[in-house]
Design a protein around this ligand. Structure first.
Ligand code: MN
Ligand code: MN
Length: 416
């Protein structure tokens, strides 16, 4: 079943503007918040309950308007669901660098750990493997990947800007920046505790295996390995690997190629949903068959529009912001509601089934990717739910008129 075919991903510019108008005119009216509980600036009657005379870093503070001055509908508190690569420590070597956001410093992020990596032109991330699956989206340039599946079937591929790869847990692989601009990409591991700085590396293993065992294993004299590096290479500067075809011929196996490619051309995929408010491309094991443990959606939201109120019944959502400015409010039991702001390079996280929206707060397109530890993408839309619930039942919950409910039901994201 294609759940997306009957669902609006994005509320349109006109619809969200209308909603803002409604909110503004309802301010002070008796509709619950901001009156109960009395949280938010609007309830601060004493002047010194609102100012902020203590130590501060204004340049940093102004990046977070929703933290400094939350909307009055925010209530209570919740674990931080904002993180960023912008202030993540870079490990730099000749050939490139990497930085990461893992559960070690982003406690809420149980399902996914993120890595942002740069490889120079011909820079190499050395042959390695790890206990987690690795999903990636290219952010710049081109990257040549190599891998081998558990049936001994190799794949070499050149992955260009906007495209994806996925390596199942435990499969060995390498990465190399190609072309004049090298490569930059985002990696998502399907375990929040995993880290880029703790992977199983070819150089480490060979350096820590007795020479006579290497000789026996490979059928060569022990001194064939006398020049092996004693320290892991991790990222290092390489040379032009030459044409893809030559590498493909060099790795060819009688066992053939993997049945499902480990790369996916997302940059040339048609949108799964498109409206006046933006577009979304959903990639999961249904179209990217190899990606058995990671589902993703690349979302573009136009200025004035937003990703509508919704939740995901099957998995936590890990977000990476590629472009523009956004704010998101997460709703939890309690009630709890908290709003945070996001810019390019930032990371957001929403626990499974918690309600949220993502609003474009800038004047340009806002682009982010939603990543889930699941074989499939799933969501429930609030407006879809209300449209397909008996009207009397909805009216009795929200104290709205039949006329208002009919208007809710007629809102379409692609209608001005
Ligand atoms: Mn890896
Ligand atoms: Mn979502």
């Amino acid at each position: 079943m294609n759940i997306l075919s009957r669902r609006e991903f994005l509320a349109g510019a006109a619809a969200s503007a209308a909603a803002l108008g409604v909110a503004a005119s309802a301010k002070g009216a008796s509709f619950g918040n901001p009156d109960r509980p009395p949280e938010g600036r609007i309830n601060g009657k004493s002047p010194t309950s609102l100012d902020d005379p203590g130590p501060k870093n204004p340049d940093l503070a102004k990046q977070f308007p929703s933290m400094q001055d939350p909307p009055p509908t925010d209530v209570n508190g919740m674990p931080l669901f904002w993180a960023s690569f912008n202030n993540a420590h870079k490990r730099i070597q000749n050939g490139g660098w990497a930085r990461e956001v893992t559960q070690a410093d982003f406690a809420i992020s149980e399902d996914i750990a993120g890595v942002n990596m740069r490889l120079s032109q011909y820079g190499i991330r050395e042959l390695h493997w790890h206990q987690q699956a690795e999903w990636a989206i290219m952010l710049e340039g081109t990257c040549r990947i190599t891998t081998l599946d558990e049936s001994g079937r190799p794949q070499v591929g050149d992955v260009k800007n906007g495209d994806l790869w996925y390596f199942p847990a435990g499969l060995p692989h390498s990465l190399q920046g190609l072309g004049e601009t090298g490569a930059e990409f985002l990696l998502a591991f399907d375990n929040g505790r995993s880290t880029e700085f703790n992977t199983l590396m070819l150089t480490d293993w060979v350096a820590h295996t007795p020479p006579d065992v290497l000789a026996l294993n490979f059928g060569v004299p022990a001194d064939a390995f006398k020049n092996i590096p004693l320290d892991q290479k991790w990222i290092f500067q390489g040379k032009d690997p030459g044409p893809l075809g030559a590498d493909e011929r060099a790795v060819r196996s009688a066992k053939g190629a993997p049945p499902h490619p480990f790369v996916f051309p997302l940059s040339s995929m048609a949108p799964t949903r498109q409206s006046r408010g933006g577009s979304v491309q959903v990639v999961d094991s249904g179209n990217f068959n190899a990606s058995k443990t990671v589902a993703a959606a690349l979302v573009t939201v136009k200025p004035g529009a937003m990703r509508e109120l919704h939740w995901h019944p099957n998995a936590d959502e890990w977000q990476y912001y590629l472009k523009g400015e956004a704010r998101m409010t997460v709703f939890d039991t309690g009630p709890k509601a908290q709003t945070a702001d996001f810019k390019a390079g930032d990371v957001g996280y929403v626990k499974k089934s918690l309600g949220h929206y993502v609003q474009n707060m800038g004047k340009t397109d806002m682009v982010f990717v939603e990543i889930f530890k699941s074989d499939h993408y799933a969501e429930v839309s609030l407006s879809d739910w209300l449209r397909h619930t008996p009207p009397q039942l909805v009216m009795h919950h929200l104290n709205i008129s039949a006329e208002t409910l009919a208007q809710l039901a007629s809102v379409r994201p692609d209608v001005v």
